[in-house]
Design a protein. Structure first.
Length: 361
C-alpha cells in the first residue's frame, strides 16, 4: 500500500457548469423513489397526514438492507462537442441523467454504507462508529477520516434515498399541502402513499409522491412530478430487508496497492454564527420561500476567467433584462441564470422569477 497522503483543503476553483449543476442537485436531493403498483392495493389502518409524518419522524429501525433504482430525466442540454468536462462535472452529470443503482445498509445510527453502483464500478461511503471511508473502484482511491464525535453525521457523507426523503418530510412547512392518497406496494411491501403539493403555483414541481413502509414507517419510495406532468426524477426500491446487516459489511478494508488519502480528524465543532452586519457581498442571498425560493450567489473569479467555462456558457441561450445580460440553463425542475458579471440565480421557478431576483439589489 502506498504511503497515505494528507489531503489539502478543496480548491476554490469551481467551474461555472458544475456550480449550476449543484443547484440542480439541491433540488434532486428531494427526489427518491417511485411506486410500482400492484393489481390490488393493501388494506391498511387509516392514518392522517400528521399521524403518518409523526411515525416517519419517530422511525428508527435496527437495520436495513435495500437496493434502489434511480431514474432522472431533467432535460439537461448536451455538453458542447469541443468541451471535455472536468472532474466535478463528470461526477455530477451521471447522477442527473439515465438510470443508476443505489445500495444501502444501516445498523443503527453509527453504522451505515451507501454505494452508487454503475455497471462494474462502485462509489461508496462507509461509516463504522468514528471511522469513515470513501471509496471509488473506478479511480482505485480510498479516503479515510476519523470523527471526533461518533454521534455526528460525517461531513460530505453520501445520503441514502431514505435519509433524503426523511429530511424533506421533516422540513415541510406552511408552503406545502400534505395528503394521504391510498396505499400500494414497493418491493413487495405494503406502503402508504403520501402526496406533497406546493401551494405556490409558480413552482416547477407539481407534486412529490412518497411511499412509506406500513410496518416500519421508513420511506421506501418517492417521485417528483414536474409542472408539465412528466416524472422528472424517481427511485424505485427493488429490494428491502429490515434485518440487521452483518458487521463485516461496515468493516471496510482498502484493496492492496490503492491510493489512500488521510483527512484531518473532524472535530464536530459548529462554526460560530455570522452576524448580519458581518456578511460579505459574496454570500448567497435568498428570495422567496418554500418551493419557489431563488438563491443568488456569485461565481469565483477563477471560474469566470476559465476558458472551458466560457465555452459551456456560450452554448446556452442568451437572455437579458434590467438586471443585465447572461445565459439561461433550463431543465424541467430547475432553471438557472449565469450573468455576464458573474452572478448566478438558481431556483425551481420560471426564468422570470430569476430575473426579478437578479434585479433586486
Amino acid at each position: 500500500m502506498q504511503e497515505p497522503s494528507v489531503q489539502s483543503r478543496p480548491s476554490a476553483r469551481t467551474r461555472a457548469w458544475a456550480l449550476v449543476l449543484a443547484g440542480v442537485l439541491a433540488v434532486a436531493a428531494i427526489a427518491g423513489v417511485t411506486v410500482r403498483g400492484a393489481s390490488a392495493n393493501p388494506v391498511l389502518p387509516p392514518l392522517s397526514p400528521a399521524e403518518l409524518l409523526g411515525k416517519v419522524a419517530a422511525a428508527h429501525p435496527d437495520g436495513l438492507n435495500a437496493t434502489f433504482e434511480q431514474r432522472s430525466d431533467l432535460g439537461l442540454p448536451a455538453l458542447p462537442a469541443d468541451v471535455s468536462a472536468d472532474e466535478q462535472v463528470s461526477s455530477a452529470l451521471p447522477l442527473l441523467t439515465g438510470t443508476h443503482t443505489v445500495r444501502v445498509w444501516t445498523a443503527g445510527p453509527q453504522k451505515s454504507k451507501v454505494a452508487l453502483v454503475d455497471g462494474s464500478t462502485e462509489s461508496s461511503m462507509t461509516r463504522n462508529g468514528r471511522q469513515v471511508w470513501a471509496w471509488s473502484s473506478e479511480k482505485q482511491e480510498a479516503t479515510h477520516s476519523t470523527m471526533a464525535v461518533a454521534t455526528r453525521r460525517p461531513a460530505g457523507a453520501m445520503t441514502s434515498p431514505t435519509e433524503a426523503i426523511t429530511t424533506l418530510l421533516g422540513k415541510l412547512g406552511t408552503t406545502t399541502d400534505v395528503s394521504v392518497s391510498g396505499t400500494g406496494y414497493v418491493a413487495g411491501r405494503a406502503v402508504y402513499q403520501l402526496v406533497l403539493a406546493p401551494r405556490d403555483q409558480a413552482s416547477l414541481v407539481s407534486q412529490v409522491r412518497v411511499s412509506v413502509d406500513a410496518e416500519h414507517f421508513v420511506p421506501l419510495g418517492m417521485k417528483v412530478i414536474a409542472d408539465g406532468g412528466q416524472d422528472a426524477m424517481s427511485v424505485d426500491a427493488t429490494f428491502v430487508d429490515f434485518s440487521v446487516p452483518k458487521a463485516s459489511v461496515f468493516d471496510f478494508q482498502p484493496p492492496a496497492g490503492v491510493k489512500v488519502t488521510e483527512r484531518a480528524t473532524e472535530t464536530g465543532r459548529t462554526p460560530s454564527a455570522t452576524k448580519p452586519s458581518e456578511k460579505t457581498a459574496s454570500e448567497p442571498k435568498t428570495f422567496g420561500t418554500g418551493w419557489t425560493t431563488v438563491v443568488v450567489t456569485r461565481l469565483p473569479k477563477s471560474a469566470q476567467g476559465d476558458q472551458q467555462s466560457k465555452v459551456l456558457l456560450n452554448s446556452l441561450p442568451e437572455v437579458s433584462g434590467s438586471w443585465g445580460k447572461g445565459r439561461l440553463l433550463s431543465t424541467v425542475l430547475v432553471n438557472a441564470v449565469i450573468t455576464d458579471d458573474g452572478r448566478v440565480a438558481v431556483g425551481s421557478v420560471v426564468p422570470e422569477s430569476l430575473y426579478k431576483a437578479l434585479a433586486t439589489r
